[in-house]
Design a protein around this ligand. Sequence first.
Ligand SMILES: [Zn+2]
Length: 108
Amino acid sequence: MWKCGVCGYIHNGEEAPEKCPKCGAPKEKFVQLTEEQAALIVKSLRTNDLHMQFSHLMDKIAAICEEGIELNLDPGCVSLFKKGKEECGVLKNICKAEIATHVAKNKW
Ligand SMILES: [Zn+2]
């Protein structure tokens, strides 16, 4: 695996790409990751995917809650949906912070 020294893009392959697909930096800007660094990235893939799925589901649940709030059937429903919407926002932000922590620790 190779990492762009300009933007941090990770490339999977025997050799660095001719230029970075993200920022356009030339091949020379890529550094090869150690086996340990590459193993950490491989180990982190599934968990980071789960975080992204989780975050996406929080958006869906928040949209469900929003509809429930608008329908306003009774105070119990509205209370639950408001709580749900708020919690989804918090959980999504925790999720994003967790992903940011992973990336900062090379759990890309
Ligand atoms: Zn780059």
